[in-house]
Design a binder for this molecule. Structure first.
Ligand SMILES: *[C@@H]1O[C@H](CO)[C@@H](O)[C@H](O)[C@H]1NC(C)=O
Ligand SMILES: *[C@@H]1O[C@H](CO)[C@@H](O)[C@H](O)[C@H]1NC(C)=O
Ligand SMILES: *[C@@H]1O[C@H](CO)[C@@H](O)[C@H](O)[C@H]1NC(C)=O
Ligand SMILES: *[C@@H]1O[C@H](CO)[C@@H](O)[C@H](O)[C@H]1NC(C)=O
Ligand SMILES: *[C@@H]1O[C@H](CO)[C@@H](O)[C@H](O)[C@H]1NC(C)=O
Length: 471
């Protein structure tokens, strides 16, 4: 026994040393190019990243990145800050384990056999011969015959971050990992959206300074500290300066859409990321900040509810009131509420609050309306009600609330009823079985006792047991 314990300790010791050597080697050997045929599986080392490829400057690496305790994603990270500047974000994340493989067969391919046999994520290009990571953080698939132009690059498929020098066009978008918020170029505007699936979305921020109407533009974050916008012929359209603009520093800048839907720019000063730009400066201007039917007071750090739900404010689903099954609603009226982005909303001129409410009431895609008293404007919400902002008494709010027992609520109610019925049936079954089991046990015990008793010519069985035996 003692020998076995020693052996186990020895094995653990060796494994630890090997793991350490493996990690150290992984960190020091810099692979700067991957050839067609390469494949890798995440190791058992409990690290945040596992390096696959490094850039020549050693500032960025293409890695297996840990997401939560058990999952992984392919990412390009900024090594000094461990911040991912690009992620693949497949619909299903792969497990950090032996079942997962990353391979380069001309394309980047991620599979996890424990999830499904097919491909979890692929770069889907025409295919190339080698993979390199540029010192800009751009991951490129190139052909041997032409090593400088890429058949695929991560810069064309950004996730939530745009780094300096990366083109941002109407073909690309920045999106949060949960796909809730996005930044897009639409015509000559750059805009932030909250997404509800289908055609429902809220446009809550827009920057549209450009002269030529209807022109298409693209944007590039510049090392001098601004978001530059250019016409398709390359001529300058406008620049959006950051706080770091014109300060004489040449640092590394990035623009990131945050998980709360805000857009920030940061500047890396070789030690930390400095916030140099915020698109939505009033937090109450973020539509999801207090959730559905949430109420936000400017300057107050906490959220309130227009309607309480079981856990926080009442939740809404997506969709509208147009199908018969989903058409039922009740109404919540509240004065002194507005939104920061009402000039981006659909609006109509009306004579009265009643007229404004009627427009929304009769239109099945409408979820709510804000009536601006002084201007007689009716702002319409054709998306599930999100956070509104408390403000004076110039606006009157009208909000639809999906009726319990109708539509989705009814669906949920039916599901809950079914679950209760199934539970009761199972419980009743178990109770019956339990009763039978108890009766059976007592009966056999009685029989045993009876047999024992008869062999000893003595009956120790109490009267009531004899009675139960006979039933
Ligand atoms: C690659 O193609 C598949 C199937 O056509 C698609 O589901 C997937 O989203 C594509 N991946 C990328 C990164 O575009
Ligand atoms: C990045 O690489 C290019 C050549 O590809 C080089 O001209 C440039 O100086 C490098 N930049 C840094 C910061 O290493
Ligand atoms: C960005 O777009 C411009 C103009 O279309 C092009 O000249 C440049 O090569 C692009 N840069 C990258 C990194 O793709
Ligand atoms: C919601 O609940 C909070 C505390 O639980 C309470 O203070 C508030 O008045 C409630 N709001 C409504 C609209 O019922
Ligand atoms: C209903 O509202 C939507 C936008 O919320 C609008 O596009 C549509 O034209 C309206 N329909 C009618 C019949 O007014």
């Amino acid at each position: 026994m003692k020998g076995f314990q020693l052996d186990a300790f020895f094995v653990f010791y060796i494994v630890t040393i090997l793991a350490f050597i493996h990690t150290a080697a992984g960190a020091s050997i810099k692979t700067t190019e991957l050839r067609k045929g390469f494949s890798a599986t995440p190791g058992q080392v409990n690290s945040e990243f596992e390096l696959l490829l490094a850039d020549p400057s050693g500032l960025f690496a293409f890695v297996f990145m840990r997401v939560g305790p058990t999952k992984l994603d392919l990412a390009v990270v900024h090594l000094p800050s461990s911040l991912p500047v690009w992620r693949a974000i497949p619909a299903n994340l792969a497990n950090w384990g032996r079942s997962t493989t990353f391979s380069f067969d001309g394309n980047l391919v991620l599979t996890d056999k424990s999830i499904h046999e097919g491909v979890l994520w692929s770069s889907n290009s025409t295919g190339g011969d080698f993979l390199v990571l540029r010192n800009t953080s751009n991951l490129q698939i190139c052909l041997s015959s032409d090593g400088n132009s890429a058949v695929w690059q991560s810069f064309d498929q950004p996730s939530d971050t745009l780094v300096q020098g990366q083109n941002f066009t109407s073909m690309t978008s920045l999106i949060t990992p949960d796909r809730r918020y996005s930044l897009r170029i639409v015509g000559s505007h750059i805009a932030l959206y909250m997404e509800f699936g289908g055609r429902h979305e809220i446009n809550y921020w827009r920057h549209s300074p450009f002269g030529a109407k209807g022109a298409t533009i693209y944007g590039v974050v510049q090392p001098l500290g601004f978001f530059g916008f250019y016409n398709s012929d390359g001529s300058k359209a406008e620049l959006l300066p950051f706080d770091s603009f014109d300060r004489g520093y040449l640092g590394f800048h990035r623009v990131t859409i945050q998980n709360d839907g805000n857009l920030h720019a940061y500047f890396w000063d070789n030690d930390k990321w400095n916030l140099v730009y915020t698109a939505v400066s009033e937090p109450c201007g973020l539509p999801g900040i207090c959730g559905a039917y949430g109420l936000c007071y400017p300057g107050k750090p906490s959220c309130f509810c227009m309607i309480n739900g079981t856990d926080g404010c009442l939740q809404t689903d997506s969709g509208d009131f147009c199908s018969k099954e989903y058409s039922g609603f009740s109404v919540l009226r509240r004065s002194g509420v507005t939104v920061e982005y009402n000039e981006l909303m659909l609006s109509v001129r009306v004579q009265s609050l009643e007229e404004c409410e009627k427009i929304c009431e009769r239109n099945c895609t409408c979820w709510g309306a804000l009536f601006a008293k002084t201007m007689n404007i009716c702002y319409l919400m054709d998306y599930p009600i999100q956070t509104v902002e408390a403000s004076g008494d110039t606006h009157q709010g009208y909000f639809k609330v999906r009726r319990q027992g109708g539509g989705d609520g009814g669906e949920r109610h039916r599901a809950a009823t079914a679950a209760v019925v199934i539970f009761m049936l199972v419980f009743a079954g178990l109770a019956m079985y339990g009763g039978y089991w108890y009766w059976d046990k007592r009966r056999s015990r009685s029989l045993r006792l009876q047999l024992a008793g008869s062999s000893q010519e003595m009956s120790p069985i109490p009267f009531k047991d004899l009675r139960s035996m006979s039933t």
